[in-house]
Design a protein around this ligand. Structure first.
Ligand SMILES: Nc1ncnc2c1ncn2[C@@H]1O[C@H](COP(=O)(O)OP(=O)(O)OP(=O)(O)O)[C@@H](O)[C@H]1O
Length: 257
Protein backbone atom coordinates (compact mmCIF):
# COMPACT_ATOMS: atom_id res chain seq x y z
CA UNK A 1 0.00 0.00 0.00
CA UNK A 2 1.30 3.47 -0.77
CA UNK A 3 1.91 5.31 2.43
CA UNK A 4 1.59 8.98 1.59
CA UNK A 5 -0.66 10.29 -1.16
CA UNK A 6 -1.86 13.64 -2.41
CA UNK A 7 -4.91 13.87 -4.62
CA UNK A 8 -5.65 16.96 -6.73
CA UNK A 9 -3.79 18.97 -4.11
CA UNK A 10 -4.14 22.65 -4.95
CA UNK A 11 -3.44 26.02 -3.38
CA UNK A 12 -4.24 29.43 -4.82
CA UNK A 13 -2.85 32.73 -3.63
CA UNK A 14 -5.26 35.27 -5.07
CA UNK A 15 -5.32 34.44 -8.77
CA UNK A 16 -2.02 32.53 -8.68
CA UNK A 17 -2.17 28.73 -8.53
CA UNK A 18 1.04 27.80 -6.70
CA UNK A 19 0.28 24.06 -6.51
CA UNK A 20 -2.03 22.84 -9.21
CA UNK A 21 -4.00 19.61 -8.70
CA UNK A 22 -1.00 17.45 -7.81
CA UNK A 23 -1.88 13.76 -7.56
CA UNK A 24 1.04 11.62 -6.46
CA UNK A 25 1.82 8.82 -4.03
CA UNK A 26 5.01 7.96 -2.19
CA UNK A 27 5.99 4.43 -1.25
CA UNK A 28 7.91 3.29 1.83
CA UNK A 29 11.50 2.39 1.04
CA UNK A 30 11.73 5.03 -1.66
CA UNK A 31 13.48 8.38 -1.71
CA UNK A 32 11.65 10.71 -4.06
CA UNK A 33 13.37 13.92 -5.09
CA UNK A 34 11.10 16.85 -5.95
CA UNK A 35 12.73 19.14 -8.47
CA UNK A 36 11.71 22.05 -10.67
CA UNK A 37 12.65 25.64 -11.50
CA UNK A 38 12.60 28.41 -8.89
CA UNK A 39 9.04 29.23 -7.91
CA UNK A 40 7.72 25.91 -9.28
CA UNK A 41 5.84 25.18 -6.06
CA UNK A 42 8.13 22.62 -4.39
CA UNK A 43 8.21 24.21 -0.94
CA UNK A 44 4.53 25.08 -1.16
CA UNK A 45 3.76 21.42 -1.96
CA UNK A 46 5.73 20.46 1.18
CA UNK A 47 3.79 23.05 3.19
CA UNK A 48 0.50 21.57 2.02
CA UNK A 49 1.58 18.03 2.91
CA UNK A 50 2.93 18.93 6.34
CA UNK A 51 -0.01 21.21 7.15
CA UNK A 52 1.89 24.49 7.42
CA UNK A 53 -0.48 25.64 4.71
CA UNK A 54 -4.14 24.76 4.20
CA UNK A 55 -5.04 23.53 0.71
CA UNK A 56 -7.64 25.28 -1.44
CA UNK A 57 -8.68 21.87 -2.76
CA UNK A 58 -7.60 18.22 -2.76
CA UNK A 59 -6.43 15.84 -0.06
CA UNK A 60 -3.41 14.46 1.77
CA UNK A 61 -3.64 10.90 3.10
CA UNK A 62 -1.23 8.81 5.12
CA UNK A 63 -1.80 5.07 5.22
CA UNK A 64 -5.33 5.69 3.97
CA UNK A 65 -6.13 8.23 6.70
CA UNK A 66 -7.22 11.66 5.48
CA UNK A 67 -5.04 14.31 7.12
CA UNK A 68 -6.27 17.22 5.02
CA UNK A 69 -8.14 18.98 7.80
CA UNK A 70 -5.58 18.38 10.53
CA UNK A 71 -3.17 21.06 11.75
CA UNK A 72 0.58 20.51 11.33
CA UNK A 73 1.04 19.24 14.90
CA UNK A 74 -1.53 16.47 14.37
CA UNK A 75 0.07 15.48 11.10
CA UNK A 76 3.41 15.20 12.86
CA UNK A 77 1.80 12.94 15.43
CA UNK A 78 0.33 10.85 12.60
CA UNK A 79 3.85 10.18 11.27
CA UNK A 80 4.70 13.01 8.90
CA UNK A 81 8.08 14.42 9.85
CA UNK A 82 9.47 17.64 8.52
CA UNK A 83 12.61 19.43 9.62
CA UNK A 84 11.69 22.00 12.24
CA UNK A 85 12.18 25.67 11.70
CA UNK A 86 14.57 26.53 14.49
CA UNK A 87 12.69 29.74 15.13
CA UNK A 88 9.96 27.51 16.63
CA UNK A 89 12.35 25.87 19.07
CA UNK A 90 14.00 26.91 22.27
CA UNK A 91 16.98 29.12 21.46
CA UNK A 92 17.80 29.66 25.14
CA UNK A 93 18.07 25.93 25.81
CA UNK A 94 21.05 23.79 24.94
CA UNK A 95 21.34 21.53 21.93
CA UNK A 96 20.95 18.47 24.16
CA UNK A 97 17.88 19.86 25.91
CA UNK A 98 16.19 20.56 22.59
CA UNK A 99 16.85 17.04 21.31
CA UNK A 100 15.77 15.49 24.59
CA UNK A 101 12.48 17.38 24.43
CA UNK A 102 11.88 16.12 20.90
CA UNK A 103 12.62 12.51 21.94
CA UNK A 104 10.31 12.91 24.91
CA UNK A 105 7.53 14.45 22.80
CA UNK A 106 7.71 11.60 20.34
CA UNK A 107 7.60 8.91 23.05
CA UNK A 108 4.75 10.58 24.91
CA UNK A 109 2.87 10.85 21.63
CA UNK A 110 3.12 7.10 21.23
CA UNK A 111 2.41 5.94 24.79
CA UNK A 112 0.07 8.44 26.34
CA UNK A 113 -0.26 7.89 30.04
CA UNK A 114 -0.85 9.76 33.26
CA UNK A 115 1.96 11.10 35.42
CA UNK A 116 3.89 8.17 36.76
CA UNK A 117 6.98 9.22 38.68
CA UNK A 118 8.56 5.80 38.43
CA UNK A 119 8.34 5.80 34.66
CA UNK A 120 9.52 9.42 34.46
CA UNK A 121 12.58 8.45 36.45
CA UNK A 122 13.30 5.21 34.60
CA UNK A 123 12.70 6.83 31.20
CA UNK A 124 15.34 9.43 31.92
CA UNK A 125 18.22 7.12 30.99
CA UNK A 126 16.49 5.90 27.85
CA UNK A 127 15.74 9.47 26.72
CA UNK A 128 19.30 10.51 27.30
CA UNK A 129 20.61 7.48 25.41
CA UNK A 130 18.37 8.17 22.42
CA UNK A 131 19.27 11.89 22.47
CA UNK A 132 22.96 10.97 22.47
CA UNK A 133 22.43 8.59 19.56
CA UNK A 134 20.67 11.26 17.51
CA UNK A 135 23.31 13.88 18.31
CA UNK A 136 26.06 11.45 17.32
CA UNK A 137 24.30 10.79 13.99
CA UNK A 138 24.55 14.47 13.05
CA UNK A 139 28.01 14.95 14.61
CA UNK A 140 26.79 17.44 17.23
CA UNK A 141 27.74 15.64 20.44
CA UNK A 142 30.66 17.95 21.05
CA UNK A 143 28.25 20.91 20.94
CA UNK A 144 25.54 19.44 23.13
CA UNK A 145 25.98 22.01 25.91
CA UNK A 146 25.86 25.02 23.58
CA UNK A 147 22.81 27.25 23.52
CA UNK A 148 20.94 26.87 20.25
CA UNK A 149 20.94 30.65 19.81
CA UNK A 150 24.76 30.59 19.65
CA UNK A 151 25.12 27.86 17.03
CA UNK A 152 26.55 28.72 13.62
CA UNK A 153 24.14 28.29 10.71
CA UNK A 154 25.45 24.89 9.56
CA UNK A 155 25.06 23.43 13.06
CA UNK A 156 21.54 24.82 13.30
CA UNK A 157 20.66 22.98 10.10
CA UNK A 158 22.16 19.80 11.56
CA UNK A 159 20.07 20.27 14.67
CA UNK A 160 16.94 20.56 12.53
CA UNK A 161 17.72 17.13 11.11
CA UNK A 162 18.50 15.76 14.58
CA UNK A 163 15.10 16.87 15.84
CA UNK A 164 13.41 15.28 12.87
CA UNK A 165 15.22 12.00 13.58
CA UNK A 166 14.25 12.19 17.23
CA UNK A 167 10.58 12.15 16.23
CA UNK A 168 11.07 8.83 14.40
CA UNK A 169 8.44 9.63 11.76
CA UNK A 170 7.27 7.30 8.99
CA UNK A 171 7.75 10.02 6.39
CA UNK A 172 10.87 12.23 6.34
CA UNK A 173 10.57 15.50 4.46
CA UNK A 174 13.83 17.32 3.72
CA UNK A 175 13.75 20.76 2.09
CA UNK A 176 17.26 21.53 0.87
CA UNK A 177 18.83 19.98 3.95
CA UNK A 178 22.39 21.02 3.12
CA UNK A 179 21.65 24.62 2.06
CA UNK A 180 24.11 26.98 3.70
CA UNK A 181 26.35 24.17 4.93
CA UNK A 182 30.08 24.11 4.30
CA UNK A 183 32.00 21.30 2.62
CA UNK A 184 32.61 19.52 5.92
CA UNK A 185 29.03 19.72 7.17
CA UNK A 186 27.02 18.66 4.11
CA UNK A 187 28.43 15.09 3.94
CA UNK A 188 27.27 14.42 7.52
CA UNK A 189 23.67 15.10 6.52
CA UNK A 190 23.88 13.28 3.20
CA UNK A 191 25.34 10.25 4.94
CA UNK A 192 22.50 10.31 7.43
CA UNK A 193 19.93 10.38 4.62
CA UNK A 194 21.78 7.48 2.97
CA UNK A 195 21.46 5.50 6.21
CA UNK A 196 17.78 6.40 6.58
CA UNK A 197 17.22 4.99 3.11
CA UNK A 198 18.43 1.62 4.31
CA UNK A 199 15.40 1.43 6.58
CA UNK A 200 12.97 0.19 3.95
CA UNK A 201 9.93 1.13 6.04
CA UNK A 202 10.62 4.86 5.70
CA UNK A 203 9.28 7.16 3.02
CA UNK A 204 11.66 10.01 2.18
CA UNK A 205 10.86 13.19 0.25
CA UNK A 206 13.68 15.52 -0.72
CA UNK A 207 13.49 18.97 -2.28
CA UNK A 208 16.97 19.59 -3.60
CA UNK A 209 18.58 21.91 -6.12
CA UNK A 210 21.95 20.15 -6.26
CA UNK A 211 21.67 17.72 -9.13
CA UNK A 212 24.64 15.61 -8.03
CA UNK A 213 22.89 14.98 -4.70
CA UNK A 214 19.61 14.13 -6.46
CA UNK A 215 21.36 11.81 -8.88
CA UNK A 216 23.04 9.92 -6.08
CA UNK A 217 20.20 9.65 -3.57
CA UNK A 218 16.93 9.56 -5.50
CA UNK A 219 15.14 6.35 -6.43
CA UNK A 220 12.56 8.45 -8.23
CA UNK A 221 12.22 12.06 -9.31
CA UNK A 222 9.09 14.12 -9.76
CA UNK A 223 9.15 17.48 -11.49
CA UNK A 224 6.94 20.44 -10.63
CA UNK A 225 6.56 23.29 -13.07
CA UNK A 226 4.18 26.21 -12.54
CA UNK A 227 2.70 24.21 -9.66
CA UNK A 228 1.81 21.19 -11.77
CA UNK A 229 3.36 17.73 -11.79
CA UNK A 230 4.94 17.46 -15.23
CA UNK A 231 7.21 14.42 -14.94
CA UNK A 232 7.63 11.38 -12.71
CA UNK A 233 10.08 8.57 -13.22
CA UNK A 234 13.50 7.01 -12.76
CA UNK A 235 16.31 9.53 -12.16
CA UNK A 236 18.20 8.94 -15.42
CA UNK A 237 15.06 9.39 -17.51
CA UNK A 238 13.81 12.46 -15.67
CA UNK A 239 17.20 14.20 -15.55
CA UNK A 240 17.42 13.85 -19.34
CA UNK A 241 14.15 15.74 -19.86
CA UNK A 242 14.56 19.20 -21.44
CA UNK A 243 12.70 20.94 -18.62
CA UNK A 244 15.12 19.57 -16.03
CA UNK A 245 18.13 20.33 -18.20
CA UNK A 246 16.86 23.89 -18.58
CA UNK A 247 16.15 24.40 -14.88
CA UNK A 248 19.35 22.90 -13.53
CA UNK A 249 21.95 22.92 -16.23
CA UNK A 250 21.01 26.09 -18.10
CA UNK A 251 20.38 24.24 -21.35
CA UNK A 252 17.80 26.01 -23.50
CA UNK A 253 14.59 24.04 -23.76
CA UNK A 254 11.51 24.99 -25.73
CA UNK A 255 9.39 22.88 -23.39
CA UNK A 256 10.23 25.15 -20.47
CA UNK A 257 8.75 28.18 -22.20
N1 LIG B 1 2.22 32.54 1.15
C1 LIG B 1 2.30 32.87 -0.14
N2 LIG B 1 1.60 33.88 -0.65
C2 LIG B 1 1.65 34.21 -1.96
N3 LIG B 1 2.40 33.55 -2.87
C3 LIG B 1 3.12 32.52 -2.43
C4 LIG B 1 3.13 32.11 -1.05
N4 LIG B 1 3.96 31.03 -0.91
C5 LIG B 1 4.46 30.79 -2.13
N5 LIG B 1 3.96 31.67 -3.04
C6 LIG B 1 4.25 31.68 -4.48
O1 LIG B 1 4.03 30.37 -4.96
C7 LIG B 1 5.00 30.03 -5.95
C8 LIG B 1 5.74 28.76 -5.55
O2 LIG B 1 6.68 29.07 -4.55
P1 LIG B 1 7.60 27.95 -3.85
O3 LIG B 1 8.40 28.65 -2.81
O4 LIG B 1 6.77 26.82 -3.44
O5 LIG B 1 8.51 27.51 -5.06
P2 LIG B 1 9.79 26.57 -5.02
O6 LIG B 1 9.64 25.61 -6.15
O7 LIG B 1 9.98 25.98 -3.68
O8 LIG B 1 10.92 27.62 -5.35
P3 LIG B 1 12.47 27.69 -4.94
O9 LIG B 1 13.13 26.57 -5.69
O10 LIG B 1 12.89 29.03 -5.44
O11 LIG B 1 12.55 27.55 -3.46
C9 LIG B 1 5.88 31.24 -6.12
O12 LIG B 1 5.40 32.01 -7.19
C10 LIG B 1 5.71 31.97 -4.81
O13 LIG B 1 5.94 33.34 -4.97
Amino acid sequence: MSLLATRDLTVRFGGHVAVDAVTCSFEPGTLTAIVGPNGAGKTTYFNLISGQLRASAGSVTLGGRDLSRLPASERTRAGLGRAFQLTNLFPRLSVLENVRLAVQASREGRHRRGLNLWSVWSDHGALRARADEVLAAVALRDKEEELVANLPHGDQRKLEVALLMALEPQVFMFDEPTAGMNAAEAPVILDLIRRLKQDRSKTILLVEHKMDVVRELADRIIVLHNGALVADGKPAEVIALPIVQEAYLGVAAKEAA
